[in-house]
Design a protein around this ligand. Structure first.
Ligand SMILES: Cc1cc2nc3c(=O)[nH]c(=O)nc-3n(C[C@H](O)[C@H](O)[C@H](O)COP(=O)(O)OP(=O)(O)OC[C@H]3O[C@@H](n4cnc5c(N)ncnc54)[C@H](O)[C@@H]3O)c2cc1C
Length: 317
């Protein structure tokens, strides 16, 4: 996983790169796969501090029954639903035993859990789309890669089978009343942390909240776009609250699908023009974005605090 922060403050620009490996095995020798959230911050005088996982305990942590979910031990949970949601993806629901459900107050977006493939003893982090409900259910959108270990193993799990997981682990912490604009850019299953933020924060924001959110999501094809269980709530909320939340979908190829939401996707990559265009719908900010991205024009950041979050495979990040 890689984490980078970009600051822009008046005429000073700093670029910082921090990389950490969270894999429980040596990285593949020749793979360009990387699932990395990148946070890019723009604003005046913003002090940014991000902390992703501190893998202080590992897959060798013990498995404990009758204890509340914790990063320091594994909890045996049950797969209660698994449905195909695209060519290589499944929506998988895992249910935590009642006695292991942590208090809701201990779960702050955005968090994830490590799931352990106990055939080969490796673990990978996954993001519960809606967090954890009062019945102990967590729903995941999980991609299977051709030679990927845990994804393929999870796809093979049937309803009623047990899996072990540990967490919650804080992927990134949302802070209320901090940002004027939040721009989320995702590719593939990189949408999952943003969906959790949408479910836990954006869709519940009080009408007095002035933060504007924009989600730009890209998938290779229409068929690989997130399933309607993910897209429908996003699209509906955006239509009902256009001044608070906008969602724009992108696909690389124009091959069509029967998914009606998918048909609304733009063909092409998410680039600078797409970001500018999506944000220019608010005319009060068009000059801000024009000057920010214009080559020879003076940057005028004003006093607005803008956060960019990027999550997806390495070519996107
Ligand atoms: C905070 C966080 C949250 C995440 N949330 C989600 C989520 O909600 N949903 C989701 O689907 N993913 C999520 N991920 C990604 C997930 O953790 C795994 O990285 C992903 O599922 C791949 O793991 P794997 O074991 O299936 O594949 P790996 O075994 O890690 O392999 C990954 C890729 O590398 C290739 N590869 C493996 N070995 C080699 C080799 N020797 N040579 C060349 N190529 C090789 C595989 O073919 C595959 O394409 C998240 C990641 C993070 C960091």
């Amino acid at each position: 996983m890689s984490l980078r922060a970009f600051y822009h403050a008046n005429r000073w620009i700093a670029k910082r790169g921090i990389s950490r490996n969270f894999s429980s095995k040596p990285p593949p020798k020749s793979s360009n796969f990387k699932y990395g959230p990148t946070a890019a911050l723009l604003g005046v005088g913003i002090a940014a501090s991000y902390y992703f996982f501190s893998p202080d305990v590992s897959r060798s942590a013990p498995t404990l029954a009758d204890q509340v979910l914790s990063p320091s031990h594994f909890t045996r949970c049950t797969v209660t639903s698994s449905e195909e949601s695209g060519p290589d993806t499944r929506l998988i629901t895992v249910t935590v035993p009642k006695q292991s459900i942590p208090p809701a107050s201990s779960l702050q977006p955005v968090w994830s859990v490590f799931i352990k493939d106990d055939d080969i003893q490796v673990e990978r982090p996954y993001t519960p789309l809606e967090g954890l409900d009062s019945e102990g259910r967590m729903r995941f959108w999980i991609k299977r890669y051709p030679r990927g270990e845990v994804g393929r193993w999870l796809h093979s799990k049937k309803c009623g089978e047990d899996i072990e997981l540990r967490g919650p682990l804080q992927t990134w912490t949302w802070k209320e009343d901090t940002w004027d604009e939040v721009v989320m850019i995702s590719g593939g299953t990189g949408i999952t942390p943003f969906y959790q933020l949408f479910h836990s924060v954006i869709s519940r924001a009080p009408s007095t909240s002035s933060t504007r959110f924009t989600l730009l999501h890209s998938s290779k094809t229409h068929a690989e776009l997130p399933p309607s269980a993910i897209l429908d709530p996003l699209v509906s909320y955006g239509e009902e609250n256009p001044s608070k939340f906008q969602v724009h979908l992108f696909v690389d190829s124009s091959a069509q699908s029967s998914n009606t939401v998918a048909l609304a996707a733009h063909v092409g990559r998410i680039g600078r023009p797409e970001i500018v265009k999506s944000l220019q719908t608010d005319t009060s900010k068009s000059s801000w974005w024009n000057t920010l991205f214009g080559r020879n024009e003076k940057v005028d950041l004003g006093q607005r605090k803008i956060l960019f979050l990027v999550c997806g495979p390495e070519p996107l990040v």
